[in-house]
Design a protein around this ligand. Structure first.
Ligand code: ADP
Ligand code: MG
Length: 308
């Protein structure tokens, strides 16, 4: 394509609500035959809310309301230090319940898994099953009391509803499963069908667990799901698709999407996303509407491929 045709496309993309940083990427956009979408904050609104809390109490020891408030305070104290949308959901929930947040003594982020930290001399883990496994917190029967088996059951129930289940361990024992729901963007289904009708393969790529990911994918009409992946693995999946001969566009919003956005032929960041994602991408979607992606791909073909 000529520099002129690229300039024209950059201008038209801007009118659609896509800020193009790298004009060359528009040329690649005209050849895209595979679109990979992150789930949280990309296909979903990224405004997750706590919907249920399943307490895991040992046989001999039920939690009092005060125990629960103390646990929630500790969780929110730690999650304040995380940028993850799920973390914000937990912090808002606890603040809305007017529970005071104690001081965090130690905090460590485990990218794609959750967080670890200490509050009031007690160690906590808050995150997914992979985090629990990494610290040898077992969710099976018999390890943390007879109720622990229900933790997995509760999580499976939540996942079936498309909710994300977050496990909480206190001093190495499971104490709660928190369900967080993040509504799907209103136009997600329509947008995905518009992308697919251009003959483009669509893949959902997420760090969330397979059950939750499948439930969300089913709601928006995505058939291919790659779930439970760490940030480096997101990038590897992009590279693998490229090795299959695909020209890949990746759409994401998180720090965890940054490596994948860089590797993709066309990296598209959500304008509502983190700065790192925006910096790693070739383009930024200023609109929350996913249909813009379908429009952008069609535009790039119309203005670039046909002009040259
Ligand atoms: P996604 O690809 O859906 O944006 P991430 O890779 O950011 O997801 O995170 C993967 C999973 O790790 C989340 O679904 C969640 O279970 C867990 N996780 C990540 N960060 C946190 C956190 N701050 N608190 C609790 N859980 C977390
Ligand atoms: Mg995300």
């Amino acid at each position: 394509a000529t520099p002129m045709s690229i300039m024209v496309s950059v201008g038209r993309a801007a009118q659609m609500g896509v800020l193009v940083k790298n004009g060359e990427a528009l040329q690649s956009a005209s050849k895209v035959d595979c679109v990979v979408l992150d789930k949280t904050g990309t296909v979903t609104q990224g405004k997750p809310q706590v919907t249920d809390i399943h307490w895991i109490e040992a046989n001999d020891q039920a939690f009092s309301d005060e125990d629960k408030r103390v646990l929630l305070g500790a969780i929110a104290s730690l999650e304040q230090h995380s940028e993850h949308p799920l973390a914000s959901a937990m912090v808002s929930y606890v603040k809305q319940a007017s529970i005071p947040l104690p001081v965090t003594e130690i905090f460590t982020n485990h990218q794609g898994k959750g967080i670890e930290g200490r509050v009031d001399g007690t160690d906590f883990l808050v995150g997914n099953q992979a985090l629990m496994a990494a610290f040898d917190v077992q969710s099976g029967e018999g390890v943390t009391g007879s109720h622990s088996g229900f933790a997995v059951e509760a999580a499976a129930q939540f996942a079936k509803q498309g909710k994300t289940a977050i496990y909480v361990a206190k001093a190495g024992k499971l104490v709660a499963t928190i369900a967080i729901a993040d509504p799907i963007k209103a136009d997600a289904k329509e947008a995905i069908s518009a992308i697919r009708s251009q003959g483009i393969r669509v893949v959902l790529l997420t760090g969330d667990n397979p059950q939750t990911a499948q439930a969300v994918a089913a709601q928006v009409g995505i058939e291919e799901v790659i779930a439970g992946v760490l940030p480096e693995q997101k990038q590897q999946h992009i590279k693998a698709l490229q090795q299959q001969g695909h020209v890949v566009a990746m759409v994401g919003d998180g720090i965890n999407d940054a490596p994948a956005l860089m590797s993709a032929d066309v990296g598209i960041a959500m304008g509502s996303g983190t700065e790192v994602a925006i910096e790693s991408a070739d383009m930024t979607l200023l609109s929350q509407q996913l249909i813009v992606i379908a429009n952008l791909l069609a535009l790039s073909r119309a203005t670039i491929r046909n002009i040259k």
